[in-house]
Design a protein around this ligand. Structure first.
Ligand code: NAD
Length: 480
């Protein structure tokens, strides 16, 4: 069985200048395999290969519909290999097998969506009077640098490269250290569809070394970063020194307001997905519930019952959707989450259920519900990035919105209510890039996604994301 994977640069599989890194299966705590680790010189080679591909004009000379077909073909390739990819993704990331299948289908969907968009990126003509013909065109930046987090390693890469390739950019991807291996399937997809050499380069490496080298490389065209606020700031600073645009998709501490007239069955369905999908390691997780005092106790009781109904164990055994959850990505992430719950408890918050690590090998944490969380507590504003729901109480719609807006983040937000006026008032007043009404995670690859405040800037998904990857050129022609 293969247990070492290489980086993919300029159409070739290569070892890493920084050696190898061991990837652990968080579902068992055992070694899964090794990945080649790129150093700054490898990143430089990859950027040069991508730049050569871009400058050759091979991508931009292609009729967009042809480029779109290549992009769509990459998604089809993933769909043709779901069992093999899902097993790999599960063993390196810890998530349940059925969630890996959803992630692969999500990745394929990005290729389908942006492949279809390739031929829709049209300019406009601007009237300047009879002596002129003026029009705009959209040109790719050239080399799109993509820095990927570990929570959805395949889907986040697909999201960025599908839009980048569809608009004619070449890409250099820096995969996450914890679960980089399944990204090899994207390089295989590129080979399978015949993407031009150098158009897609995928490397693992340490963030501070390979990631920093990529973000600060003078020959990239843009950088798209998904990850923590702290690293996002470093990436934006590095890009700014070369006057390169950065798109930052950062964290969140998103709140769901539950009003007394909400359908609580619907709310519980959203809690199940909102905070326990991927063990809560989701930037747009429903990490806070802001329950109106009239239904607070009932909804809290139901959240506790839901958390306690989930069976926890290795993701590879969890083939079907059901009341189950699997490992977090690493012991380090699990211990951080457990530590935050412990500190919250010392801070006067009630651990209504869960909060502990499981006493079995692997990075497991109990599904957790905290109650008595008030906006002044550390836990109310700190992203746990784990299966931890903070339940807060509000006495009115106004107070609920004030609490929803009381963090420095602003990725998503939501409200559960039967009152359409209340829903629309909240949608306007919650400071976040995406609002869910009566269903957490409503939307899809078609809907723009990105943050207000410290959740970042720029938008991924939807047609909005296409504009991250192109720059406007105006052409004015003086007629004779
Ligand atoms: P991270 O910021 O530690 O790492 C993200 C990526 O950046 C990794 O590939 C890492 O190697 C790289 N990196 C680290 N230091 C770097 C540097 N100095 N220069 C360039 N690259 C560097 O984040 P993480 O631990 O992988 O992910 C968890 C965080 O990401 C959470 O805060 C979560 O909210 C956020 N996240 C956001 C989204 C979103 O779409 N908004 C999606 C997933 C995760």
């Amino acid at each position: 069985m293969q247990d070492y994977w290489q980086n993919y640069v300029n159409g070739k599989w290569i070892d890493g200048g920084a050696g190898k890194l061991e990837v652990i299966n968080p579902g068992s705590g055992e070694r899964y395999g090794d990945i080649a680790m790129a150093n700054a010189a490898d990143i430089d080679s990859a950027v040069k290969a991508a730049l050569a591909c871009h400058r050759s004009g091979v991508l931009t000379a292609m009729r967009p519909v042809e480029r779109g077909r290549l992009v769509r073909g990459m998604g089809d390739y993933l769909l043709a290999n779901v069992p093999a990819i899902a097993e790999m993704l599960t063993l390196e990331s810890g998530k349940p097998y059925w969630e890996s299948v959803i992630e692969i289908e999500g990745a394929a969907r990005y290729f389908e969506y942006y492949g279809n968009q390739a031929e829709t990126v049209e300019g406009r003509s601007i009237p300047l009077g009879g002596d002129y013909l003026d029009f705009t065109i959209y040109e790719p930046f050239g080399v799109s640098a993509q820095i990927i987090p570990w929570n959805y390693p395949l889907e986040m890469t697909a999201r960025g490269i599908a839009a980048a390739l569809a608009t004619g950019n070449a890409c250099v991807v820096k995969t996450p250290e914890l679960d980089p291996i399944s990204n090899v399937w994207l390089a295989r997809a590129a080979e399978a569809v015949g993407l031009p050499t150098g158009a897609l380069n995928i490397l693992c490496g340490y963030g501070h070394e390979a990631g920093a080298a990529l973000a600060g490389h003078p020959e990239i065209g843009n950088v798209v970063f998904t990850g923590s606020v702290e690293t996002g700031i470093k990436v934006a600073e590095a890009a700014a020194r070369n006057v390169k645009p950065a798109i930052l998709e950062l964290g969140g501490k998103s709140g769901a307001i539950v009003m007394p007239d909400a359908d609580l069955d619907v709310v519980m369905e959203s809690v199940r997905w909102g905070i326990y999908f991927n063990a809560g390691q989701v930037c747009s997780a429903m990490s806070r519930m802001i329950a109106h005092e009239d239904i607070h106790d009932e909804v809290l009781e139901r959240c506790v019952a839901l958390a306690e109904s989930l069976s926890i164990g290795p993701g590879i055994d969890r083939r079907e959707f059901g009341p189950n959850m699997a490992a977090m990505v690493s012991d380090g992430q699990r211990d951080r989450a457990v530590g935050l719950v412990q500190r919250a408890s010392e801070d006067g918050v009630t651990v209504a259920t869960g909060g502990r690590k499981l006493n079995i090998p692997g990075s497991f944490m109990e599904p957790t519900v905290l109650s008595g969380v008030t906006p002044d507590k550390e836990i109310a504003g700190t992203e746990v990035f784990g299966p931890v729901l903070s339940v807060m109480k509000a006495g009115s719609e106004d107070q609920a919105i004030e609490i929803a807006n009381s963090t420095e983040y602003g990725l998503v937000g939501g409200i559960f209510t039967a009152d359409i006026d209340a829903a629309h008032r909240a949608a306007r007043r919650i400071r976040a890039g995406q609002i869910f009404i009566n269903e957490w995670f409503a939307g899809g690859v078609e809907t723009p996604f990105g943050g207000f405040g410290k959740s970042g800037y720029g938008r991924e998904k939807g047609r909005e994301a296409l504009w991250n990857y192109v720059q406007t050129k105006n052409i004015a022609y003086r007629t004779r």
